[in-house]
Write a protein that binds this ligand. Sequence first.
Ligand SMILES: Cc1cc2nc3c(=O)[nH]c(=O)nc-3n(C[C@H](O)[C@H](O)[C@H](O)COP(=O)(O)OP(=O)(O)OC[C@H]3O[C@@H](n4cnc5c(N)ncnc54)[C@H](O)[C@@H]3O)c2cc1C
Length: 168
Amino acid sequence: MHQVKITDIRQETPTVKSFRLALPAPTFWFWPGQWVDLYIEEPTEGPNGIIGGFSITSSPLHRDYIELTIKRIPEGRASVYLHDRVGVGDQVIIDGGYGEFYFREGMGNRLVLIAGGIGITPLISIIRFVDESQLGVDLTLRSRDRNTARAALGEGLAVSALPRYVPV
Ligand SMILES: Cc1cc2nc3c(=O)[nH]c(=O)nc-3n(C[C@H](O)[C@H](O)[C@H](O)COP(=O)(O)OP(=O)(O)OC[C@H]3O[C@@H](n4cnc5c(N)ncnc54)[C@H](O)[C@@H]3O)c2cc1C
């Protein structure tokens, strides 16, 4: 468990926000593609327990922060709470990274990543990692929602990181 502070919130699209969480010490590690469980208080069985699992969208090469990119689901609980009630300076608790869907150096030289809508989030971390580590991996992104993809990728991603984009 890691208590972390929200240091930045970006509105990516009308319904998608990115949250930057500062990591106080380099004890948290994840592989690009994995997710975290997010709590608003110490985990309990009550209403303040776990509020959602969210894919990390930043690259693990940045050891001092992670980013989560979250779509507001009308009538939803976790996503509405994060969009409407959480601000810069607030603390949340994260646990992870979890999941078997991830990319590591040496797993392959040619990646075809396929996503629909906000499902692109784990792929963003993989794309950023491949770009920042200059692994020379051949990347193709096939995505259903170009606007979400482009917006969620943010301005921090070099255009060269996406040599081929195929709308599906
Ligand atoms: C591994 C993983 C990674 C994920 N990564 C991301 C990510 O990077 N970004 C992201 O935005 N999301 C991600 N998600 C989805 C996220 O975890 C939440 O499921 C999402 O944010 C919706 O949660 P919520 O609490 O806002 O909505 P919920 O409260 O779960 O509601 C969702 C919808 O279901 C309806 N609903 C709820 N309960 C019922 C019921 N009993 N009967 C009928 N309808 C009901 C609600 O009205 C609403 O429309 C991920 C999920 C997983 C499993």
